[in-house]
Design a protein around this ligand. Structure first.
Ligand SMILES: NC(=O)C1=CN([C@@H]2O[C@H](COP(=O)(O)OP(=O)(O)OC[C@H]3O[C@@H](n4cnc5c(N)ncnc54)[C@H](OP(=O)(O)O)[C@@H]3O)[C@@H](O)[C@H]2O)C=CC1
Ligand SMILES: CC(C)(CO)C(=O)C(=O)O
Length: 260
């Protein structure tokens, strides 16, 4: 395979695909930095946790296609260049449709990227409405990422920490489901049971947010909690558990950023 290592986007001309699998911390700034690599034909692929992640890319590149993906791959970089891959592996991908582009062109860009994943033997499914997946995953991340980062315990230790932990978690998930619905994304209440069954079938796990917190790195609190919290406020949907976690995590994140 031919490849070329570049150390800065400015060393590269327009490319077919840009895969954004970085932490979603300053999306608008990343989009501006990508300018030299984006041409008319470039498709941006977002593989990140969170909701609203695509908007800064669409604002910066209104004439380009965006593929949006949810990944369930668990991975931690234990030392430079060494990635520990935990058991889970799955991904959903689809279009973040651009109404100003021809649908068949967007579909072709999605199909070509899917072929690349297939060639690499990645486990994935193509879905029609990826916002359902993105919000379902954020229901998961709001719960497990925040709670494991704030408590510094794993999911099972959290759930067994008191008789209030499970009802607390379910209430939190319920709030995010209501916000998703307010945003026109049809999540079902059954999702709570599905996600609780899923976590209870797993050994206690941490989260990427807990890893960031442990390593003194900024956390993805805006795309995971901030965007839903703002939507709740705008739509007049009560979300006291979410708002509380968000305000606490902003303080923790502020401490981490101040120490950088
Ligand atoms: N880790 C996990 O288990 C899971 C992660 N996710 C999501 O996947 C996304 C990526 O997470 P993860 O792989 O853990 O992240 P990491 O922080 O481990 O890796 C991100 C990589 O992107 C690089 N990077 C970060 N910011 C920039 C930037 N502005 N420009 C160029 N490169 C950058 C980092 O470089 P450097 O190391 O030099 O800082 C690093 O190599 C996140 O949205 C996360 O929530 C989803 C499911 C599971
Ligand atoms: C790996 C997984 C699914 C665990 O919750 C995740 O999304 C994260 O850690 O951010």
């Amino acid at each position: 395979m031919d490849w070329e290592l570049i150390r800065s986007v400015s060393e590269c001309g327009p490319v077919d695909y840009i895969v954004c699998a970085h932490k979603a911390l300053d999306q608008a700034e990343v989009a501006v930095n990508l300018r030299p690599a984006v041409g008319k034909e470039t498709t941006i692929v977002v593989i990140q946790n969170g909701v609203g992640n695509e908007e800064p890319f669409r604002n910066e590149f209104p004439d380009n296609s965006i593929l949006t993906c949810v990944t369930w791959v668990g991975a931690v970089q234990t030392s430079p260049g060494v990635v520990k891959h935990t058991k889970s592996e799955d991904m959903q991908i689809g279009l973040f449709p651009n109404p100003s582009l021809d649908g068949s062109l967007e579909q072709k860009r999605l199909d070509t990227f899917a072929d690349l994943l297939r060639n690499g033997k990645t486990r994935f499914q193509i879905l029609e409405n990826m916002q359902i997946q993105r919000w379902e995953k954020v229901v998961w991340n709001v719960a497990w990422n925040s709670l494991t980062a704030i408590t510094m315990v794993d999911t099972q230790t959290w759930l067994h920490s008191s008789e209030d932990a499970t009802p607390f978690t379910r209430q939190l998930m319920q709030e995010v489901i209501k916000i998703a619905r307010g945003c026109g994304v049809p999540l079902q209440n059954e999702l709570i049971d599905q996600l609780m069954d899923k976590i209870n079938a797993m050994p206690g796990i941490g989260s990427s947010m807990q890893t960031d917190c442990k390593n003194g790195r900024p956390m993805e609190i805006d795309v995971i909690l901030g965007y839903p919290a703002r939507k709740a406020r705008d739509l007049g949907i009560p979300a006291p558990f979410l708002q509380t976690l968000y305000v606490i995590l902003r303080a923790v994140d502020g401490r981490l950023r101040a120490a950088l």
